[in-house]
Design a protein around this ligand. Structure first.
Ligand code: PHE
Length: 341
């Protein structure tokens, strides 16, 4: 039977169409309305019908076409109103996707812990630029121009502008603070420093320090020692011992280096402490009066102490990282091993 004899049945069929997903609906559209669909086929058959039936059939075909379009539009609106179709609806019962969270860098974890300890002792944060000038890194810190101490630290500088350097220590921030502020001064300055070292497991061309500076009336070496002991015990445990060895820095007098009892072997001796039971963690001393004067602070009235500690060193002690290079390689497997408390 030709399609054209079937229009009333098709009309009924079209009015009853259902679809619950966009793809089902698309199938219906293709079946009825696409170029090769039933309705265009009817149009083709219509060309051959007897002239006396043309009028009546033409009207029915048009009605059928309109009915199909309307039904499909209605279904489309319903599907869109439901959001997605049933099969595309999200499954609200399945467990949530785990959201991958980043982790803090071990250096940041330890830096923040150190800052926290000194903050509890009343130290404020201060900072200064990593790209510095010769004055703040050396001049203001009592390094004479030809002082051999400048060779202690292999400085990165720009040949055309030898005055522009990458700071080799955070002691430059001492000067930045003192030139702006009169005592009492009680600051810690965390930051990155640069030295022209060959990169190896034990040395890198940049690392992190935290500088401490305390300037007030009648500040003594005892104050320094007590603050450092408290820091060491907060950081590494109450049983930790400290030892101060005489040392030399141009900006402190007297100067010392501080060791703590090795917290890896408990002071018995291990490969980390080279069997000595002690590990060096910082340099310190009483601020040289010449440094106070050079930075606008009256050394006849005020005295102070300063210290500078290496964050990588302390992180190694805490986490026993054997190779310094791991800190800057951005290997996620390494970084994901650390979680902040
Ligand atoms: N600036 C010194 C260094 O980088 C550390 C230090 C800071 C020593 C403050 C004494 C006082 O080695």
């Amino acid at each position: 039977m030709a399609l054209i004899d079937n229009i009333p049945a098709l009309l009924e069929e079209v009015k009853q169409l259902t679809a619950s997903t966009a793809s089902e609906l698309e199938e219906l559209r293709i079946k009825y309305l696409s170029k090769k669909g039933l309705i265009p086929q009817l149009m083709t058959e219509f060309r051959d019908v007897a002239p006396e039936r043309k009028r009546e059939l033409g009207v029915s075909i048009n009605n059928l076409k309109t009915a199909a379009q309307e039904r499909i539009n209605t279904l489309r609106e319903e599907i869109e109103a439901n959001g997605t179709s049933t099969e595309e609806k999200p499954d609200l019962t399945r467990t949530a996707y785990p959201t991958p969270l980043g982790t803090r860098h071990p250096i940041s974890i330890v830096r923040d812990e150190i800052i926290d300890i000194f903050a509890r002792l009343g130290f404020c944060l201060a900072d200064g630029p990593e790209v510095e000038d010769d004055w703040h890194v050396f001049g203001a810190m009592n390094f004479p121009d030809d002082h051999p101490a400048r060779d202690m630290q292999d400085t990165f500088f720009i040949e055309a502008h030898p005055d522009v350097i990458l700071r080799t220590h955070t002691s430059s921030v001492q000067s930045r603070v003192m030139e702006k502020q009169q005592p009492p001064i009680r600051v810690i300055c965390p930051g990155r420093v640069y030295r022209n070292e060959t990169i190896s497991a034990r040395a890198h061309c940049f690392f992190h320090q935290i500088e401490g500076l305390y300037v007030d009336e009648k500040v003594s070496f005892t104050d320094l020692k007590q603050v450092l002991l408290l820091f060491a015990q907060e950081m590494f445990g109450k049983e930790t011992k400290i030892r101060l060895r005489p040392s030399y820095f141009p900006f402190t007098e007297p100067s010392a280096e501080m060791d703590i009892s090795c917290n890896i072997c408990g002071g018995k001796g291990c490969s980390f402490c080279k069997q000595t039971g002690w590990v060096e963690i910082l340099g310190c001393g009483m601020v040289d009066p010449a440094v106070l004067d050079a930075n606008g602070i009256d050394s006849s009235k005020y005295s102070g102490y300063a210290f500078g500690l290496g964050v990588e060193r302390i992180t190694n002690l805490k986490y026993q990282v054997k190779d310094l290079r791991l800190f800057s390689e951005n290997d996620k497997r390494f970084l994901e091993e650390f979680t902040s408390a």
